[in-house]
Design a protein around this ligand. Structure first.
Ligand code: MLT
Length: 344
Protein backbone atom coordinates (compact mmCIF):
# COMPACT_ATOMS: atom_id res chain seq x y z
CA UNK A 1 0.00 0.00 0.00
CA UNK A 2 1.41 3.41 -0.98
CA UNK A 3 1.67 6.30 1.46
CA UNK A 4 -1.18 8.09 -0.40
CA UNK A 5 -3.42 5.02 -0.20
CA UNK A 6 -2.64 4.78 3.50
CA UNK A 7 -3.63 8.43 4.10
CA UNK A 8 -6.93 7.89 2.22
CA UNK A 9 -7.62 4.77 4.26
CA UNK A 10 -6.90 6.65 7.49
CA UNK A 11 -9.27 9.44 6.44
CA UNK A 12 -12.04 6.90 5.73
CA UNK A 13 -11.50 5.24 9.11
CA UNK A 14 -11.43 8.58 10.89
CA UNK A 15 -14.69 9.57 9.16
CA UNK A 16 -16.30 6.30 10.24
CA UNK A 17 -15.25 7.10 13.81
CA UNK A 18 -16.66 10.67 13.67
CA UNK A 19 -19.94 9.30 12.27
CA UNK A 20 -20.43 7.45 15.58
CA UNK A 21 -20.47 10.81 17.45
CA UNK A 22 -23.81 12.45 18.22
CA UNK A 23 -23.62 15.42 15.84
CA UNK A 24 -26.52 16.27 13.41
CA UNK A 25 -26.00 14.42 10.11
CA UNK A 26 -25.29 17.27 7.62
CA UNK A 27 -22.85 18.96 9.98
CA UNK A 28 -21.36 15.56 10.77
CA UNK A 29 -20.34 14.88 7.16
CA UNK A 30 -18.73 18.29 6.79
CA UNK A 31 -17.08 18.13 10.18
CA UNK A 32 -15.85 14.56 9.65
CA UNK A 33 -14.30 15.30 6.27
CA UNK A 34 -12.65 18.56 7.26
CA UNK A 35 -11.44 17.36 10.65
CA UNK A 36 -10.15 14.02 9.45
CA UNK A 37 -8.48 15.41 6.32
CA UNK A 38 -6.65 18.00 8.32
CA UNK A 39 -5.67 15.89 11.31
CA UNK A 40 -4.70 12.72 9.48
CA UNK A 41 -2.80 14.45 6.71
CA UNK A 42 -0.99 16.65 9.20
CA UNK A 43 -0.11 13.79 11.51
CA UNK A 44 0.94 11.55 8.64
CA UNK A 45 3.09 14.32 7.17
CA UNK A 46 4.78 14.65 10.54
CA UNK A 47 5.20 10.86 10.78
CA UNK A 48 3.27 10.96 14.05
CA UNK A 49 2.02 7.68 15.43
CA UNK A 50 -0.68 7.22 16.54
CA UNK A 51 -2.65 9.95 14.79
CA UNK A 52 -5.98 8.20 15.48
CA UNK A 53 -7.38 5.35 17.62
CA UNK A 54 -5.61 1.98 17.56
CA UNK A 55 -7.76 -1.15 17.20
CA UNK A 56 -6.86 -4.04 19.49
CA UNK A 57 -8.45 -7.25 18.17
CA UNK A 58 -9.70 -9.70 20.80
CA UNK A 59 -9.98 -13.23 19.39
CA UNK A 60 -12.75 -14.40 21.77
CA UNK A 61 -16.07 -13.16 23.12
CA UNK A 62 -16.20 -10.68 25.98
CA UNK A 63 -15.98 -12.04 29.51
CA UNK A 64 -13.01 -14.41 29.08
CA UNK A 65 -9.33 -14.19 29.93
CA UNK A 66 -8.18 -12.30 26.85
CA UNK A 67 -10.92 -9.71 27.21
CA UNK A 68 -10.18 -9.19 30.91
CA UNK A 69 -6.44 -8.74 30.37
CA UNK A 70 -6.86 -6.61 27.24
CA UNK A 71 -9.23 -4.22 29.00
CA UNK A 72 -6.73 -3.62 31.80
CA UNK A 73 -3.75 -3.13 29.49
CA UNK A 74 -5.53 -1.13 26.77
CA UNK A 75 -6.64 1.50 29.23
CA UNK A 76 -3.07 2.33 30.25
CA UNK A 77 -1.71 2.01 26.73
CA UNK A 78 -4.30 4.59 25.61
CA UNK A 79 -2.96 7.03 28.17
CA UNK A 80 0.63 6.53 27.05
CA UNK A 81 -0.17 6.70 23.32
CA UNK A 82 -2.46 9.72 23.66
CA UNK A 83 -5.04 7.89 21.52
CA UNK A 84 -7.78 5.43 22.40
CA UNK A 85 -6.97 1.73 22.10
CA UNK A 86 -10.36 0.35 21.06
CA UNK A 87 -11.19 -3.34 21.56
CA UNK A 88 -12.74 -5.18 18.61
CA UNK A 89 -14.06 -8.71 19.15
CA UNK A 90 -13.41 -10.99 16.18
CA UNK A 91 -14.59 -14.43 17.26
CA UNK A 92 -14.52 -17.86 15.65
CA UNK A 93 -12.42 -20.98 15.09
CA UNK A 94 -10.68 -20.90 18.47
CA UNK A 95 -9.19 -17.44 17.93
CA UNK A 96 -7.72 -18.20 14.51
CA UNK A 97 -10.25 -16.02 12.63
CA UNK A 98 -8.95 -12.98 14.50
CA UNK A 99 -5.28 -13.86 13.95
CA UNK A 100 -5.95 -14.33 10.23
CA UNK A 101 -7.68 -10.93 10.12
CA UNK A 102 -4.74 -9.24 11.85
CA UNK A 103 -2.21 -10.95 9.62
CA UNK A 104 -4.03 -9.39 6.63
CA UNK A 105 -4.51 -5.93 8.17
CA UNK A 106 -2.53 -2.91 6.95
CA UNK A 107 0.93 -3.02 8.49
CA UNK A 108 0.77 0.46 10.02
CA UNK A 109 0.37 -0.33 13.74
CA UNK A 110 -3.28 0.75 13.84
CA UNK A 111 -4.43 -2.87 14.06
CA UNK A 112 -2.92 -5.06 16.77
CA UNK A 113 -4.16 -8.11 18.65
CA UNK A 114 -3.82 -9.99 21.88
CA UNK A 115 -2.66 -13.52 21.09
CA UNK A 116 -1.89 -16.37 23.46
CA UNK A 117 -0.70 -19.94 23.85
CA UNK A 118 -3.66 -21.00 21.70
CA UNK A 119 -3.72 -18.59 18.75
CA UNK A 120 0.08 -18.39 18.53
CA UNK A 121 0.97 -21.86 19.77
CA UNK A 122 -1.41 -24.80 19.92
CA UNK A 123 -3.50 -23.72 16.90
CA UNK A 124 -0.63 -24.36 14.54
CA UNK A 125 -0.53 -27.99 15.69
CA UNK A 126 -4.31 -28.43 15.43
CA UNK A 127 -5.09 -26.87 12.04
CA UNK A 128 -3.59 -28.53 8.98
CA UNK A 129 -3.90 -25.41 6.84
CA UNK A 130 -3.77 -22.49 9.22
CA UNK A 131 -3.98 -19.24 7.22
CA UNK A 132 -1.11 -17.68 9.16
CA UNK A 133 2.31 -18.53 10.49
CA UNK A 134 2.40 -17.47 14.18
CA UNK A 135 6.13 -16.71 13.92
CA UNK A 136 6.67 -15.10 10.54
CA UNK A 137 3.35 -13.33 9.87
CA UNK A 138 3.43 -10.98 12.87
CA UNK A 139 5.51 -8.26 14.46
CA UNK A 140 5.86 -9.19 18.15
CA UNK A 141 5.20 -6.18 20.40
CA UNK A 142 5.68 -7.81 23.80
CA UNK A 143 4.50 -10.32 26.37
CA UNK A 144 1.80 -9.25 28.82
CA UNK A 145 1.67 -11.97 31.49
CA UNK A 146 1.39 -15.68 32.08
CA UNK A 147 -1.17 -17.62 34.05
CA UNK A 148 -1.76 -21.15 35.29
CA UNK A 149 -4.53 -23.28 33.90
CA UNK A 150 -7.39 -24.33 36.16
CA UNK A 151 -10.25 -26.84 35.88
CA UNK A 152 -13.60 -25.55 37.10
CA UNK A 153 -16.88 -27.41 37.44
CA UNK A 154 -20.50 -26.47 37.96
CA UNK A 155 -20.91 -25.52 41.60
CA UNK A 156 -22.77 -28.72 42.59
CA UNK A 157 -20.29 -31.10 40.94
CA UNK A 158 -19.15 -33.26 43.84
CA UNK A 159 -15.70 -34.59 42.77
CA UNK A 160 -12.73 -33.61 44.93
CA UNK A 161 -10.24 -36.15 43.56
CA UNK A 162 -9.21 -37.50 40.16
CA UNK A 163 -10.79 -40.86 41.06
CA UNK A 164 -14.11 -39.24 41.89
CA UNK A 165 -14.02 -37.19 38.70
CA UNK A 166 -13.53 -40.39 36.68
CA UNK A 167 -16.23 -42.17 38.67
CA UNK A 168 -18.81 -39.42 38.00
CA UNK A 169 -17.90 -39.39 34.31
CA UNK A 170 -18.96 -43.02 34.06
CA UNK A 171 -22.57 -42.49 35.10
CA UNK A 172 -24.47 -43.46 31.90
CA UNK A 173 -27.50 -41.51 33.12
CA UNK A 174 -25.51 -38.27 33.32
CA UNK A 175 -22.76 -38.12 30.69
CA UNK A 176 -20.38 -35.22 31.32
CA UNK A 177 -20.27 -32.17 29.05
CA UNK A 178 -17.11 -30.12 28.78
CA UNK A 179 -17.19 -26.53 27.50
CA UNK A 180 -14.43 -24.91 25.45
CA UNK A 181 -13.77 -21.83 23.31
CA UNK A 182 -13.08 -23.55 19.99
CA UNK A 183 -10.43 -25.83 18.53
CA UNK A 184 -7.05 -24.17 19.08
CA UNK A 185 -8.08 -22.18 22.14
CA UNK A 186 -6.35 -22.63 25.49
CA UNK A 187 -9.54 -24.00 27.04
CA UNK A 188 -9.69 -26.65 24.30
CA UNK A 189 -6.10 -27.89 24.57
CA UNK A 190 -6.04 -27.69 28.37
CA UNK A 191 -9.10 -29.93 28.60
CA UNK A 192 -7.67 -32.24 25.91
CA UNK A 193 -4.74 -32.74 28.23
CA UNK A 194 -6.93 -33.18 31.32
CA UNK A 195 -9.26 -35.63 29.55
CA UNK A 196 -6.42 -37.66 28.14
CA UNK A 197 -4.74 -38.01 31.56
CA UNK A 198 -7.98 -39.09 33.23
CA UNK A 199 -9.26 -41.14 30.30
CA UNK A 200 -12.41 -38.99 30.00
CA UNK A 201 -14.51 -38.91 26.85
CA UNK A 202 -17.09 -36.17 27.50
CA UNK A 203 -19.64 -34.53 25.25
CA UNK A 204 -18.26 -31.18 24.15
CA UNK A 205 -19.93 -27.81 23.83
CA UNK A 206 -18.08 -25.12 21.86
CA UNK A 207 -18.55 -21.42 22.65
CA UNK A 208 -17.07 -18.27 21.13
CA UNK A 209 -15.06 -17.62 24.26
CA UNK A 210 -14.77 -18.71 27.86
CA UNK A 211 -16.97 -15.75 28.89
CA UNK A 212 -20.14 -17.42 27.51
CA UNK A 213 -18.80 -20.87 28.48
CA UNK A 214 -18.50 -19.82 32.15
CA UNK A 215 -22.01 -18.37 32.01
CA UNK A 216 -23.29 -21.79 30.83
CA UNK A 217 -21.28 -23.50 33.58
CA UNK A 218 -22.67 -21.24 36.28
CA UNK A 219 -26.18 -22.11 35.06
CA UNK A 220 -25.37 -25.84 35.27
CA UNK A 221 -25.81 -26.30 31.50
CA UNK A 222 -22.33 -27.87 31.18
CA UNK A 223 -20.23 -29.75 33.76
CA UNK A 224 -16.68 -28.42 33.48
CA UNK A 225 -14.15 -26.39 31.58
CA UNK A 226 -10.41 -25.78 31.70
CA UNK A 227 -8.87 -22.35 31.11
CA UNK A 228 -6.51 -19.67 32.32
CA UNK A 229 -7.16 -18.58 35.90
CA UNK A 230 -7.93 -15.07 34.68
CA UNK A 231 -11.17 -16.25 33.02
CA UNK A 232 -12.64 -17.71 36.18
CA UNK A 233 -11.19 -16.12 39.34
CA UNK A 234 -14.13 -13.76 40.01
CA UNK A 235 -16.65 -16.56 39.31
CA UNK A 236 -14.90 -18.94 41.74
CA UNK A 237 -14.61 -16.24 44.41
CA UNK A 238 -18.30 -15.45 44.12
CA UNK A 239 -19.31 -19.12 44.21
CA UNK A 240 -20.87 -19.29 40.74
CA UNK A 241 -18.55 -22.16 39.75
CA UNK A 242 -16.32 -24.54 41.71
CA UNK A 243 -12.55 -24.82 41.28
CA UNK A 244 -11.32 -28.41 41.00
CA UNK A 245 -7.57 -28.25 40.36
CA UNK A 246 -4.79 -25.91 39.22
CA UNK A 247 -2.40 -27.43 36.66
CA UNK A 248 0.69 -26.31 38.54
CA UNK A 249 3.16 -27.28 41.24
CA UNK A 250 2.26 -24.15 43.20
CA UNK A 251 -1.04 -22.91 44.53
CA UNK A 252 -2.05 -19.52 43.16
CA UNK A 253 -2.18 -16.49 45.47
CA UNK A 254 -5.33 -15.48 43.55
CA UNK A 255 -7.15 -18.66 44.67
CA UNK A 256 -5.07 -20.05 47.55
CA UNK A 257 -7.54 -22.74 48.63
CA UNK A 258 -7.53 -24.56 45.27
CA UNK A 259 -5.34 -27.71 45.25
CA UNK A 260 -2.59 -28.21 42.69
CA UNK A 261 -2.39 -31.13 40.29
CA UNK A 262 0.56 -32.43 42.36
CA UNK A 263 -1.60 -32.46 45.48
CA UNK A 264 -4.34 -34.34 43.59
CA UNK A 265 -1.75 -36.85 42.27
CA UNK A 266 -2.14 -35.70 38.68
CA UNK A 267 1.50 -34.57 38.32
CA UNK A 268 1.45 -34.75 34.53
CA UNK A 269 -1.30 -32.14 34.35
CA UNK A 270 0.89 -29.02 34.14
CA UNK A 271 0.07 -26.06 31.95
CA UNK A 272 0.83 -22.36 31.91
CA UNK A 273 -0.58 -20.04 29.29
CA UNK A 274 0.68 -16.58 28.29
CA UNK A 275 -0.58 -13.55 26.41
CA UNK A 276 1.22 -11.10 24.17
CA UNK A 277 0.52 -8.30 21.72
CA UNK A 278 1.09 -8.80 18.00
CA UNK A 279 0.88 -6.52 14.97
CA UNK A 280 0.97 -7.58 11.30
CA UNK A 281 4.49 -8.27 10.04
CA UNK A 282 6.67 -5.44 8.77
CA UNK A 283 5.08 -2.52 10.58
CA UNK A 284 7.50 0.46 10.62
CA UNK A 285 10.13 -0.15 13.34
CA UNK A 286 9.44 3.24 14.98
CA UNK A 287 5.75 2.35 15.26
CA UNK A 288 6.57 -1.06 16.77
CA UNK A 289 8.86 0.65 19.30
CA UNK A 290 6.11 3.07 20.24
CA UNK A 291 3.66 0.22 20.84
CA UNK A 292 6.22 -1.75 22.87
CA UNK A 293 6.98 1.31 24.95
CA UNK A 294 3.24 1.90 25.60
CA UNK A 295 2.87 -1.75 26.63
CA UNK A 296 5.87 -1.44 28.95
CA UNK A 297 4.43 1.73 30.47
CA UNK A 298 1.20 -0.16 31.15
CA UNK A 299 3.01 -3.15 32.67
CA UNK A 300 5.19 -0.94 34.87
CA UNK A 301 2.15 0.80 36.28
CA UNK A 302 1.48 -0.45 39.85
CA UNK A 303 -2.29 -0.30 39.42
CA UNK A 304 -2.20 -2.37 36.20
CA UNK A 305 0.09 -4.92 37.86
CA UNK A 306 -2.22 -5.17 40.84
CA UNK A 307 -5.27 -5.74 38.66
CA UNK A 308 -3.53 -8.44 36.59
CA UNK A 309 -2.15 -10.19 39.68
CA UNK A 310 -5.53 -10.08 41.38
CA UNK A 311 -6.86 -12.18 38.48
CA UNK A 312 -4.03 -14.72 38.78
CA UNK A 313 -1.72 -13.16 36.19
CA UNK A 314 2.05 -13.48 36.69
CA UNK A 315 4.12 -10.61 35.31
CA UNK A 316 7.44 -11.06 33.56
CA UNK A 317 10.55 -9.17 34.69
CA UNK A 318 11.04 -6.03 32.57
CA UNK A 319 13.96 -7.52 30.63
CA UNK A 320 12.06 -10.69 29.70
CA UNK A 321 8.87 -9.41 28.10
CA UNK A 322 9.95 -7.46 24.98
CA UNK A 323 9.56 -8.36 21.28
CA UNK A 324 12.50 -10.81 21.32
CA UNK A 325 11.08 -12.63 24.33
CA UNK A 326 7.66 -12.88 22.66
CA UNK A 327 9.18 -14.12 19.38
CA UNK A 328 11.17 -16.77 21.28
CA UNK A 329 8.06 -17.79 23.26
CA UNK A 330 5.99 -18.27 20.10
CA UNK A 331 8.71 -20.38 18.45
CA UNK A 332 8.99 -22.56 21.53
CA UNK A 333 5.23 -22.93 21.96
CA UNK A 334 4.62 -23.92 18.34
CA UNK A 335 7.08 -26.82 18.59
CA UNK A 336 5.95 -27.72 22.12
CA UNK A 337 2.30 -28.11 21.08
CA UNK A 338 3.17 -30.17 18.03
CA UNK A 339 4.88 -32.65 20.40
CA UNK A 340 2.20 -32.59 23.10
CA UNK A 341 -0.70 -33.09 20.71
CA UNK A 342 1.15 -35.82 18.81
CA UNK A 343 1.35 -37.83 22.04
CA UNK A 344 -2.42 -37.70 22.70
C1 MLT B 1 -11.09 -16.41 26.37
O1 MLT B 1 -10.60 -15.30 26.48
O2 MLT B 1 -12.29 -16.60 26.12
C2 MLT B 1 -10.20 -17.61 26.53
O3 MLT B 1 -8.93 -17.23 26.86
C3 MLT B 1 -10.26 -18.41 25.29
C4 MLT B 1 -9.38 -19.62 25.33
O4 MLT B 1 -9.84 -20.66 25.76
O5 MLT B 1 -8.25 -19.58 24.87
Amino acid sequence: MTRLQRVFRQIRECEAFVRTLSIPSAARVLFATAFCLASVAFADAQGVFPARPVTMVIPFAAGGAVDAVAKIVAQKMSQDLGQQVILEYVVGSGGTTAATRVKRATADGYTIMVGHAGTHGAASALYKSLAYDPVSDFTPIGLIDSTSVIVVTRRDFPATSAEEFVQFSKDPAKPLTMAHAGVGSVSYVACQMFNSLLGLDPHVAAFQGVGPAVAALSQGKVDYLCDQLVSVVPHVREGRVRAFVIASERRSPALPSVPTSVELKMDRFMMTSWMGIFAPKDIPPAVAEKLTSALNAALDDPDTRKQLENLGGELYPAGQRGPDALRATVKLEVSKWVNILKQQ
